[in-house]
Design a protein around this ligand. Structure first.
Ligand SMILES: Nc1ccc(Cl)cc1-c1cn[nH]n1
Length: 376
């Protein structure tokens, strides 16, 4: 926890590897939560105690990127790899920084007024805090829509069109508020700070130009392992709304559906289970179509159009924070007559999740748009 709390200072001072080399092999016995019923309050207490540990350990995997995108390490030392992988297995999460770590588990109330702060950060100054807290506010805005889902399922089962229409209006408003929260990124995150620094630490080691073999987790596996970097595709709320509205991202360019499916393994187990339960439940889309109810039809389409707008806005943000800075970076390299940051430019074609991100974002936005119910 001490090393993680001083991570930016240690990385900028090139002292992280020396500090890690001094670390003992930490035991995880005190973090082992006894097996508990999924929804018990004990689970929450145990979960809360458990969550910061992998966050600290996950942030230490900033260790991998401490030399920037040009001097990645290929081995995570045993003192980090063994406890990290033990905890990750306990949490049923992959041993890499995930969205839930740096957004959902990386905040605290700074004062009784509810002002927020992050628990851990990477180099990149206030833009770190802005990026993670804006993402948290987007997730907080989704909460009302997620809470409406059980009401929607119940209304379908009871053929209660009135309650269903009201709940769908709550979902549409919630998704609208997600986009409003997302707008705060412009005043809280500097594009250059995000592109040059924070984005590197969120990157992964699957299909990576810089780490083509993946990462050796010393003392855990004999061969290197590959894992995707952090991505908004790991947001459980977005995938909940897709499943609720029956939006199936087919394999446009061969990566949307497969990648999104894989990202569920990078979500907290309880979220993954909720999405799976939702997917195996009654179809909202089919119910709305079967009723022929104009009000339900309109309310459903408002949810879809709100999701299209949110995804379109995400594309605008990705353009400002990745595509444009990447173009500037390439221009600088050409002026310098070489690939000064070849790692940077190679990473620039990909988002933090390691996909051809712009094609991916546009593909899922377009698939979402096609989910609109056509005129009756
Ligand atoms: N907002 C995010 C928060 C955390 C992580 Cl790990 C990734 C993202 C992200 C990446 N691309 N769009 N959002």
């Amino acid at each position: 926890m001490d090393v993680a709390a001083n991570l930016p200072h240690l990385i900028e001072g090139h002292q992280l590897r020396r500090e890690v080399a001094k670390m003992p092999l930490l035991s995880t016995q005190y973090l082992r939560a006894a097996p508990m019923p999924l929804l018990s309050t004990q689970y929450l207490r145990g979960h809360r105690q458990l969550r910061p540990a992998p966050l600290a350990l996950r942030l230490i995997t900033g260790y991998v990127w401490q030399g920037g995108s040009r001097q990645t390490v290929k081995i995570l030392p045993r003192v980090l790899a063994v406890p990290y992988c033990t905890i990750s297995e306990l949490l049923d999460l992959p041993p890499i920084l995930v969205y839930a770590d740096c957004v959902l588990a990386n905040w605290k109330k700074r004062d009784p007024c509810g002002n927020l702060d992050i628990l851990f950060s990477f180099p990149g100054g206030d833009s770190n805090k802005g990026f993670f807290l804006v993402s948290l506010l987007v997730e907080a805005a989704a909460a009302a829509g997620i809470k409406a889902i059980p009401m929607i399922i119940n209304a379908i089962l009871h053929h209660d069109c009135c309650s269903l229409e009201t709940a769908l209006q709550d979902v549409a408003l919630s998704i609208f508020k997600m986009r409003e929260a997302f707008k705060l990124i412009h005043e809280c995150v500097h594009p250059g700070a995000f592109f040059r620094s924070l984005r590197i630490y969120l990157s992964g080691w699957k299909d990576s130009f810089l780490m083509p073999e993946g990462l050796v987790y010393e003392g855990v596996w004999d061969s290197p392992k590959q894992f995707f970097g952090g991505s908004a595709a790991q947001s459980s709320t977005l995938q909940c709304f897709d499943v609720l509205l029956g939006i199936q991202h087919h394999t446009a360019q061969g990566f949307s559906a497969e990648y999104l499916g894989c990202m569920r393994d990078y979500m907290p187990a309880a979220h993954r289970a909720f999405i799976q339960t939702l997917a195996s439940g009654p179809s909202l889309r089919q119910f709305v179509l079967a009723t022929g109810d104009a009000g339900l039809h309109a309310a459903f389409n408002k949810c879809v159009s709100a999701l299209v707008d949110l995804r379109s806005y995400h594309i605008q943000i990705a353009t400002k924070y990745i595509t444009i800075p990447a173009g500037r970076c390439r221009a600088e390299q050409q002026q310098l007559g070489g690939c000064v940051h070849e790692g940077m430019s190679m990473l620039s074609e990909r988002g933090t999740g390691g996909t051809g991100f712009m094609r991916f974002l546009k593909a899922i936005r377009d698939t979402t748009r096609k989910a609109q119910l056509t005129e009756q």
